[in-house]
Structure formats: C-alpha cells, structure tokens
Design a protein around this ligand. Structure first.
Ligand code: NI
Length: 166
C-alpha cells in the first residue's frame, strides 16, 4: 500500500469532470486501497480519486473516521435530495480554508460497490454532507465553489496563499 500525494487548489485535476468507471481492474482495486489509506493518513472523512490526480468516479468515505468502517462508491449519483443543512466544511485539497456550506440534509444515492453490485441507499446529516462533497469533486467542483459572495471574499486570502504556493 502507498500513501498518495493529495493535489491542492488550484491544481487543474480538481476542476475537471472525472470519467465513469467501466469496469474494475485489479490495479483499480490496488488504487482504492491506497486511496483509503491516504484518507486515513490525512485524517479525512472522505476522499475522491481526483484529489490524488486520478480522474475517475471513485470516492471513499468514513463518516465515523474509523479504519475498517470505510465505504467505497464507484460511479455514485445523487438520485434525490431533500432538506438543508448548514455546516462548517473544509477539504484536504484546500488546506487552511473553511466555510459554512449549505447542503441537502438527506440524499438518495445510487452507486456500484467493490463487487460491482449496484447499491441504492439513503444517507443523512454528516454522511450525506460527505457524499455531496465527494461527488462534487467528481464533477470538478470544490466546496469553495458553493459559497456566496461575502463568504468568498472572506476566504480570498487563503486561496491567494494556495495559488502563490503552486
Ligand atoms: Ni474535498
């Protein structure tokens, strides 16, 4: 297993739409293990493949932040969303920046699992928030793209700092 390098804003891989996974190859399974390891190593509760430079629709989440309890979703899609929640959010790819982000409170998701079985499930609160955040990554969207004008202005210095380091 390997710890992968996490790409940070404004790396262009974070801004593009990731490709659907057509089938899982052995090397994809190895990659997913590395992605999980990298998430835990970084103290994250979720990670999307493009965050480590792999533009494929794969996410791993661990709402309980517990090894062995992580979940892997391939080609995840949001079928339904309802309610709203407003909570502080950050991202391993936007270090040092946090902001309150409005998200749906509950989501219904369709995805494939590691056995390539289709699964449809509902999630709420933190788990729903993580899923929405990670699926955004697959569409080339960061949480900073979901902020209002005033919030955006507040985080500008943080973003400038990240741009200057790139
Ligand atoms: Ni993120």
């Amino acid at each position: 297993m390997a710890i992968l390098k996490v790409k940070t804003y404004p790396d262009e891989v974070l801004a593009k739409r990731s490709a659907e996974v057509e089938l899982l190859r052995p090397e994809d399974l190895e990659f997913i293990k590395d992605l999980i390891e990298t998430m835990f190593q970084s103290d994250g509760v979720g990670m999307a493949a493009p965050q480590v430079g792999v533009s494929k629709r794969i996410i791993v989440i661990s709402p309980e932040a517990k090894k062995g309890k992580e979940k892997v979703y391939i080609n995840p899609e949001i079928l339904l969303q309802s309610g709203t929640q407003l909570k502080e959010e950050g991202c391993l790819s936007v270090p040092g920046v946090t902001a309150e982000v409005r998200r749906a409170k509950t989501v219904k998701i369709r995805a494939r699992d590691l056995e390539w079985k289709e699964t449809v499930f509902e999630a709420e609160n933190l788990e729903a928030r993580i899923l929405q955040h990670e699926i955004d990554h697959l569409d080339g969207k960061l949480f900073i793209d979901r902020l209002g004008f005033n919030q955006r202005r507040e985080i500008l210095p943080g973003l400038k700092m990240l741009r200057s380091k790139s």
